[in-house]
Design a protein around this ligand. Structure first.
Ligand code: NAD
Ligand code: MG
Length: 392
């Protein structure tokens, strides 16, 4: 049996480590081509020694000596810095996991597609900032986009064998995050530490805080629109505190298909890893006799304004998603650095959209990589200025 060749961009993160965990339990089925990390060099070294990839890359240059020393008795090719990261994405593989957090994950994914790899897409920012571009690259190179985000994997699975024209609507569920039951006054005073715990899922810090603000769901609404070519009005969000139903697809005949599973990313990762097949996964299964209550409520727009901003951005169209994502990432940095409060994040994003999208006619701008990178930079600069004004 031919081994499936896998590259993982963001191998030391939560998605990356969960992917390696599944691979470690079925070693004969996969060959690792590339593993990359941002700054978590110890985990990269550990994974490199265990999985013996062709190449490893750390995103910052100052880690070269450390990597070289640790891997000196191996044949592994070592690279550091952004250029090496992009270069590694052109190594031939069958499936590339896009598991870097933030817009930094866009280019490696595009390059992997250009080089014929199917893309297991955890990096939702790619679809938010540059959905059309990612889809064009995939179709031009006859590559598949396989969602890894649990809600999108759920929709993808529910749509298997269905005609997409018969979709009436799609419901994304949200846990409600750390502040689901907090008052707006309490949320206003929330600290990064409080926002960094999730009631159900165990994920990286940035997506966990995005879950608390519901910016994560806002990004996911746009991600769903792009991945499944939906109109914004076909997408709904319901808060579902149990995180058992990940998404529901409603069809024109009134039938609905829901996807259910425990809140463990390895289900969605395992599906992407083995697609189009399914494999037995060594994971917990649902037991309805133990958790039989499933509840759903509409999200509260006043406490969580992020979702309605996503609908504004979808209405604007063009490259507005790149502005939204860049402003959100910058506002999150500001919150993490304690320069702004929790609720100010959405104000920064709203103001950045209002300024940059209109100033730069984002709705009319051609979607190409250089335009996306330019508008990303501009939006980050503008949002940073707003944050600094807030602090002064
Ligand atoms: P994480 O913070 O745990 O890991 C991110 C990975 O990217 C790490 O390997 C890190 O070293 C690397 N990285 C960070 N910045 C980088 C940069 N500038 N250049 C190169 N590498 C960099 O993140 P995560 O929680 O695993 O999330 C990864 C992506 O998957 C995000 O887009 C997130 O929204 C999405 N996602 C995550 C989960 C989850 O369960 N964690 C679920 C759904 C979707
Ligand atoms: Mg999700």
């Amino acid at each position: 049996m031919n081994k499936k060749r896998i590259s993982i961009f963001g191998a030391t993160g939560s998605v990356g480590q969960n992917t390696l965990d599944l691979i470690s339990r079925d070693r004969d089925s996969y060959e690792i081509v590339v593993l990359t990390a941002g700054s978590n060099i110890d985990l990269l070294i550990k994974a490199a020694l265990e999985f013996k990839p062709q190449a490893v890359v750390a995103a910052t240059n100052d880690q070269f000596e450390e990597l070289k020393n640790a891997l000196r008795n191996t044949q592994i090719n070592i690279g550091t810095g952004r250029e090496a990261l992009l270069e590694s994405a052109s190594r031939k593989c069958d499936l590339a996991f896009s598991a870097i957090v933030g817009a930094a994950g866009l280019e490696p994914g595009l390059i992997a597609l250009e080089n014929g790899a199917d893309l297991a897409l955890a990096n939702k920012e790619s679809m938010v900032a540059a959905g059309d571009l990612v889809k064009q690259k995939a179709s031009k190179n006859k590559c598949k986009l396989i969602p890894v985000d649990s809600e999108h994997s759920a929709i993808f699975q529910a749509l298997h064998g269905e005609n997409v024209n018969s979709i009436e609507r799609v419901i994304l569920t949200a846990s409600g995050g750390a502040f689901r039951d907090w008052t707006i006054e309490e949320i206003a005073k929330a600290t990064p530490e409080q926002a960094s715990t999730h009631p159900n899922w165990n994920m990286g810090q940035r997506i966990t805080i995005d879950s608390a603000s519901m910016f994560n769901k806002a990004l996911e609404v746009i991600e769903a629109k792009e991945l499944f070519n939906l109109a914004s009005k076909q997408i709904e969000v319901l808060v579902h505190p149990q995180s058992i139903v990940h998404a529901i697809v409603g069809f024109c005949d009134g039938g609905m298909l829901a996807h259910l599973g425990p809140p463990d990313m390895r289900h969605a990762i395992g599906y992407a890893l083995n697609y189009p097949n399914r494999k037995t996964l060594p994971l917990e299964k649902l037991d309805f006799t133990k958790s039989s209550t499933l509840t759903f409520v509409e999200p509260d727009e006043e406490r969580f304004p992020a979702i309605s901003l996503a609908y504004d951005v979808m209405d604007l169209g063009g490259i507005s998603g790149a502005v939204f994502n860049a402003a959100k990432e910058t506002a999150l940095d500001g919150f993490l650095a304690k320069q702004i409060g929790f609720l100010e994040m959405s104000i920064i994003v709203e103001k950045t959209i209002a300024e940059i999208c209109h100033l730069k006619n984002c709705h009319k701008t051609e979607m190409c990589l250089s335009n996306i990178l330019d508008i990303d930079k501009l939006s980050r600069n503008f949002a940073t200025e707003l944050i600094q004004m807030q602090g002064s």
